[in-house]
Design a protein around this ligand. Structure first.
Ligand code: DC
Length: 227
């Protein structure tokens, strides 16, 4: 019988505006892997709660909504989408109102459990490049491909401003890394990339070189005859 190959998961975690999305997309494209934006999934739940008029600061209410909502995963153009009642709220999840509500939703343990299950189910679409805050620590702790991106606060604030967003990133970092459930931290064994002063091309090439090196090592180990 032919051995079933486990999909490869590249975990890219890091602080806000550290270039996770840009680099994860570039890496996924270069490797022909499927891109997964897990922040978009948390945003989708926040948007859904707001739309239903629910109090996003009440963990019980948010957990109940997460238990009941009707969702489906779909892969379009090598990118995973989370649909709610068959709808993909692409624009709505990027509004300031949704952004402000998302950290509260993301701090609920039952939500994180649901997200972990759903994010792990993304391997049904093949090899993945998944970006988030807890991918290497919590969602796919077993993967050997872990990256942690960061850049100086000044640089990250400049990047957000260039996108037309004014945001207190220091506060956001604090919330992400101090929450009790799956806080943002550097995964054990992750390659840490501080990309202040680097272009996305430089950062993604650095990540790709490391992935290719590890894949080659894997291939070499697999083809070694056992003694
Ligand atoms: O990456 P982003 O800005 O779209 O993330 C939105 C929010 O979701 C942010 O507060 C961090 C949170 N998040 C998380 O807690 N865990 C993830 N894996 C991804 C995002």
């Amino acid at each position: 019988m032919k051995e079933r190959k486990e999909p490869i998961v590249i975990a890219i975690d890091g602080t806000s505006a550290s270039g996770k999305s840009t680099n994860a997309r570039l890496v996924a494209k270069a490797l022909g892997y499927v891109y997964v934006d897990t922040g978009a999934m948390y945003r989708t739940l926040a948007w859904y709660c707001l739309k239903k008029g629910l109090d996003v600061h009440d963990p019980k209410v948010v957990a109940a909504a997460c238990r009941k909502w009707k969702t489906r995963l779909e892969c379009v153009d090598n990118s995973v989408r989370l649909l709610v009642n068959g709808y993909y709220p692409e624009k709505e999840i990027r509004t300031a109102e949704t952004s402000a509500a998302t950290p509260a939703v993301a701090a609920v343990p039952a939500v994180r459990e649901w997200m972990k299950k759903t994010q792990r189910a993304c391997t049904q679409f093949g090899n993945l490049v998944m970006e988030g805050r807890d991918i290497g620590t919590n969602v796919f702790p077993e993967t050997e491909f872990k990256f942690y991106l960061d850049a100086s606060l000044e640089e990250r604030t400049r990047r957000r401003a260039a996108d037309g967003v004014k945001e207190n990133l220091a506060l956001r970092d604090q919330r992400d890394s101090q929450r009790a459930a799956a806080p943002l931290m550097i995964p054990l064994g992750a390659v840490v990339v501080n990309n202040s002063g680097q272009t996305p091309k430089e950062t993604s090439e650095l990540i790709l070189a490391e992935i290719r090196r590890r894949l080659a090592q894997r291939g070499a180990a697999a083809s070694k005859p056992s003694s």
